[in-house]
Design a protein around this ligand. Structure first.
Ligand SMILES: Cc1cc2nc3c(=O)[nH]c(=O)nc-3n(C[C@H](O)[C@H](O)[C@H](O)COP(=O)(O)O)c2cc1C
Length: 209
């Protein structure tokens, strides 16, 4: 049974596995990738500052280049697109935009908007860069997970890849200092079965107190 036939979240979670070989002739339309991303960005984030950016690489020549800076990993080339998820270390630059849009949408009054802006402005800019990078990387993980599950729900597969040269990635894609590439997610139509994995039993990793 494919996840497509059973849309429950738990079925999609159980069906998702990292796929490392895709049908190179299968192209996912940009509109569909936009749909996937529009759902993924509904992920929660610290103070709703949404410290993420995406670079979508669906050009065959550019994917070949990317493969070279990603340990020659095959899914980069056979997938339909690779979505690079970047973390935003300067998420405080989103404060005004985020809270004003909540106000404009009628979700908060002006007093609350100002209170939230002040709270965030007194916190994030004063954190160390390392603390902000940690927040960005955590939140980028949440949006990445949503992306992979939504892709699966739509009948596609993914593999997240941390194995790439981040310095070379930044150079090739002109990524500014503000952003850190976190993970490359290959997205496509599976051509090979997944390499199945197990999990450490819950009893070994969780306790009720
Ligand atoms: C942050 C992160 C980085 C990963 N990097 C790679 C990678 O570079 N290459 C790869 O083949 N798989 C990579 N994986 C996939 C894991 O190997 C895989 O998720 C894990 O073995 C569990 O298998 P599953 O995804 O099929 O459940 C990565 C996964 C995560 C979460």
């Amino acid at each position: 049974m494919s996840a497509k036939n059973d849309q429950s979240v738990s079925a999609v979670i159980r069906e998702r596995h990292s796929i490392r070989k895709y049908d190179p002739n299968y192209k996912i339309a940009r509109e569909e990738i936009v749909d996937i991303l529009n759902s993924a960005i509904l992920a929660p984030s610290s103070s709703n500052l949404q410290p993420w950016r995406f670079i979508i690489i669906d050009n065959e020549e550019v994917k070949k280049e990317l493969r070279l800076i990603a340990n020659n990993q095959e899914p980069i080339e056979s997938s339909s697109a690779v979505i690079a998820v970047l973390g935003d270390k300067e998420m405080h630059k989103n404060i005004e935009k985020v809270y004003r849009s909540g106000y404009d949408a009628g979700f908060m009054d002006e007093e609350n908007m100002n209170r939230l802006m002040n709270n965030a402005n007194s916190l994030y800019p004063n954190l160390s860069e390392e603390a902000r990078k940690n927040i960005a990387s955590f939140d980028a993980g949440l949006v990445s997970m949503q992306l992979m599950l939504i892709a699966k729900e739509k009948g596609y597969d993914t593999v997240p890849m941390g194995g790439f040269d981040k310095v070379k990635f930044n150079e090739r894609f002109n990524v500014s200092e503000r952003f850190t590439p976190m993970v490359l997610i290959a997205l496509g139509k599976a051509e090979a079965s997944p390499f199945k994995t197990t999990r450490i039993p819950l009893k070994d990793i969780a306790e009720f107190i």
